[in-house]
Design a protein around this ligand. Structure first.
Ligand code: SF4
Ligand code: SF4
Length: 373
């Protein structure tokens, strides 16, 4: 665990508490993706956008540094489509950011995994919505996705240092996957990974949420949602590596039943996203006309007219429970969540992940599949 790097994040969190300045930024390094997941609009939204060069991403990193950002997530589309991904990772690491890389796990080779770990990768998120290969492939719109994800998890299980690194499984909680949530929690615990359970978002007119039929929960599901989330909270209390805070889990269940979120969105404070072409996005759902590459972006960002314009997005937004945005907000506004996270961070410093092969991971998955609610 690189304490000086985490110190930078801690400082950005303190600044977030005091000044509502940005702590966390997602950078979409490419609009492209090799999959076409049913519950995702990213590729359709960004189909025509260009992507930033390495030199432009360096300028983005310098701007984020000036704004005091501590933590960045490299996302897409699918970041592994970029040939210069190790270089991108390295440039953010060299500037002292805490960096997480997000992937669908279908494009990893042993050579690329070596190169990314050598470039400083310590924190990886891999999409895994199901322990059933058929269901995962059906949701991702392509065959072989589940097998590839297992291969990726094994490659990084064997290459990331067992101490001081972290692999998170990103799983969408939708009607198709709700019954598997506890099985995924058990799988992660046994494999030494963490779970992030993200409620499905449905609707039209925004960048991310899916307009597709079949992703809405019906009132008959509500009791099951309560049971699943009640059980997740119990498991987390027992020490299961479930990444969401207790508050996030409680509010996620509510969101899945009612579509209403209860946290106060601080846009433009605490977080934002950089779109593939460098435009500022208050979050993943909206893209604006401002470019983070503009020489006067820091000045613009701090101006009252900009902040007023951005607050308009939050005021007209139906709300969300995308894990990252509410969690950063709780962290910087809610003392119970802050202290819960601090305790988890100390536990993480002592955490040692088992090193597992693909066959071992698949065996664990097979044994966990029978767990239902
Ligand atoms: S969810 Fe991720 S992997 Fe799937 S289409 Fe969207 S960006 Fe690609
Ligand atoms: S609630 Fe805030 S973070 Fe969430 S989608 Fe709306 S504007 Fe974005």
């Amino acid at each position: 665990m690189n304490l000086p790097v985490h110190l930078r994040t801690v400082i950005s969190i303190v600044r977030g508490w005091l000044f509502h300045s940005p702590v966390y930024v997602q950078i979409a390094v490419t609009p492209r993706c090799n999959l076409n997941c049913r519950m995702c609009q990213v590729v359709k939204t960004w189909r025509e956008e260009p992507e930033l060069s390495l030199e432009e991403l360096e300028r983005v990193a310098d701007t984020l540094g000036k704004l005091g950002v501590g933590y960045v997530v490299l996302t897409g589309g699918e970041p592994f489509l970029r040939k210069d991904l190790p270089g991108i990772l390295k440039l953010f690491n060299e500037r002292g950011f805490d960096v997480r890389l997000q992937t669908n796990g279908t494009l990893t080779t042993p050579e690329l995994a070596d190169c990314l770990v050598d470039s400083g990768l310590r924190h990886l998120s891999v999409s895994l919505n199901s322990l059933s290969p058929e269901k995962e492939d059906e949701l991702a719109g392509r065959e072989g996705v589940w097998e590839k994800a297992m291969e990726t998890l094994a490659l990084f299980s064997q290459r990331l240092p067992p101490r001081g690194s972290m692999v998170v499984l990103n799983s969408i909680v939708a009607p198709q996957t709700l019954g598997e949530t506890l099985a995924l929690a058990e799988f992660a615990r046994k494999a030494g990974f963490f779970n992030s359970f993200i409620p499905v978002h449905t609707g039209r007119g925004l960048n991310y949420r899916t307009p597709e039929a079949g992703f809405e929960f019906s009132p008959e599901d509500f009791e099951k949602i309560d049971r699943v989330y009640g059980r997740l909270i119990e498991l987390k209390k027992k020490g299961y590596p479930i990444f969401g805070s207790f508050r996030f889990l409680i509010e996620s269940a509510e969101f899945l039943k009612t579509g209403v979120s209860h946290w106060h969105c601080p846009v433009p404070g605490l977080f934002f996203e950089v779109a593939p072409d460098g435009r500022y996005s208050p979050c993943s759902e909206f893209t604006t006309r401002y470019s983070v590459l503009a020489p006067d972006f820091v000045k613009t960002y701090r101006s009252e007219s900009f902040r007023k314009e951005m607050r308009g997005y939050a005021e007209h937004c139906p709300g969300c429970m995308y894990a990252c945005w509410p969690e950063v907000t709780y962290l910087c506004t809610s003392p119970p969540v802050f202290f819960q996270r601090a305790r988890e961070f100390w536990r993480l410093l002592r955490f040692r992940r088992p090193v597992l092969s693909r066959k071992e991971l698949e065996n664990i998955a097979r044994r966990c599949r029978s767990i239902t609610i």
